[in-house]
Write a protein that binds this ligand. Structure first.
Ligand code: AMP
Ligand code: MG
Length: 417
């Protein structure tokens, strides 16, 4: 970092610092309390409404980690390495007798350890001669035995309230014999796109039109959060149409997300309508992209007004709206991974705003982890984020950055991939 960038600061008159915007917004979010009981088969990405406590030991019994022979470690010595075969223990068909002094039991992987046995030798190290089994060597007590409860003990807290159920967790729950869980009800979010220039894919573009993209990536993002989307599509720039859409959205959804029409000097009615329907703040946040951002409450829902430019809409949705929705889901906050690496590209930047540039984190020929810019960072250039796997997060104070300087990189989480 240059000396100039260090001393240059940071105050951007009239702009709200990012952290302040986040704090103001989260303060107005009330987590959903309604709970429903569902089968684990439909639990992927749902949010636990309570801790899950293990009702059993996993594994439920001591069992063999190998195909081989079970025995008491005390029965083998350097002088005596031959035992008499007295039975079999198979997975699902345990040996129901007691292994006596001088005996061993044929055992398969996962089969219950027979009473009287505490160790297993793999079959590759045993010589079979009729019912006489000769072991290559004496074994340590407990060899190749998986103990009851060594994975999870009965009564142990396996998942905590607010945890989002992953694919792996479905297997964990099944392994505990848990069939149903209590989860927070699903959120409903309404999406509204405003702008007379917007057309849906499949429609023909007239002079000056563009294809609507924001509602499409927002739907994807919300689907990954397991939020039900109510898509109002593209609303024409007509006051009654906009008012009608916002009123309906507010009645049906927990949150309403619109894009476009929140910056100063917009030709459309979005701002005017929103001001009449609720308590909405129109912020200028000290971030780039995404300076114009509206947030507030309508009669029944909370409202996020994203900027229209696709990259600005995506970054503000991901950085601001998503943590707020996660809080509303009553879920544990998302932890994002940040690391400090060298930039391989020069990065354009003026002091004043926190910058979320898009980059690709990779390992160069020298084996160093470096970040490379995805190129032009215009707020309309959606490919700049499609090609990226991380944000290059440049502090508000900082000016332009030269290749070779250290920068903070925030890895894309599962919602952007
Ligand atoms: P606005 O915030 O309405 O002034 O829009 C800023 C820019 O984003 C304009 O170029 C719009 O055409 C574009 N834009 C607005 N909404 C969308 C959308 N849903 N999808 C793609 N581009 C949009
Ligand atoms: Mg517009």
């Amino acid at each position: 970092m240059t000396d100039k960038a260090l001393v240059d600061c940071c105050s951007a008159p009239g702009l709200l610092p990012f952290e302040q915007a986040m704090e103001n917004m989260l303060a107005l979010i009330t987590p959903v309390k309604d709970v429903e009981t569902i089968s684990i088969t439909s639990a992927l990405n749902r949010i636990l409404a309570e801790n899950v406590i293990s009702p059993i030991n996993v594994p439920p019994h001591n069992n063999s980690a190998m195909d081989g022979y079970a025995f008491a470690a005390s029965a083998l010595s350097d002088n005596n390495r031959t035992l008499t075969l007295a039975g079999r223990s198979m997975a699902g068909a345990p040996f129901d007798g007691v292994c006596q002094q001088g005996q061993c039991i044929r055992i398969m992987t996962g089969a219950k350890m027979p009473t009287g046995c505490d160790s297993v030798e793999m079959q590759e190290n045993c010589q079979v001669n009729g019912d006489q089994i000769t072991f290559a060597q004496a074994k340590k007590l407990g060899s190749h035995v998986r103990n009851a409860g060594e994975d999870i003990a009965i009564g142990q807290t396996v998942f905590t309230k607010g945890h989002r159920i992953t694919a792996v967790d479905l297997g964990m729950l099944a392994s505990l014999g848990v069939e149903k869980i209590n989860v927070v009800r699903k959120l409903k979010v309404a999406l509204i796109s405003t702008g007379d220039e917007l057309k849906a894919p499949g429609q023909a573009l007239s002079e000056g039109d563009i294809y609507e993209s924001n509602a499409h990536f927002l739907s994807g993002l919300l689907a990954k959060l397991n939020i039900e989307v109510i898509d109002f599509g593209i609303i024409e720039d007509d006051k009654a149409a906009i008012e009608n859409a916002f009123k309906q959205a507010d009645a049906l959804a927990d949150a309403v997300i619109s894009s476009g029409g929140v910056s100063v000097g917009d030709a459309d009615y979005t701002k005017e309508v929103l001001e009449s329907l609720g308590q909405i703040d129109f912020w200028k946040i000290a971030i780039k992209p995404g300076k114009p951002f509206a947030f507030g409450t309508l009669s029944n829902s909370v409202f996020f007004g994203l900027p229209g430019n696709p990259v600005s809409a995506l970054v503000t949705a991901h950085q601001l709206a998503l943590p707020a929705l996660v809080k509303m889901q009553n879920a544990q906050a998302i932890k994002r991974v940040s690391i400090k690496v060298k930039t391989a590209s020069d990065l354009k930047k003026s002091p004043g705003r926190l910058d979320f540039q898009r980059g690709v984190l990779s390992v160069n020929e020298q084996g160093e982890t470096v970040v490379t810019s995805t190129g032009s960072q215009g707020s309309g250039i959606l490919s700049s984020i499609a090609k990226a796997n991380c944000y290059i997060v440049l502090e508000a104070c900082r000016g332009k950055v030269a290749a070779g300087e250290m920068v903070n990189v925030e890895l894309f989480d599962q919602y952007l991939q």
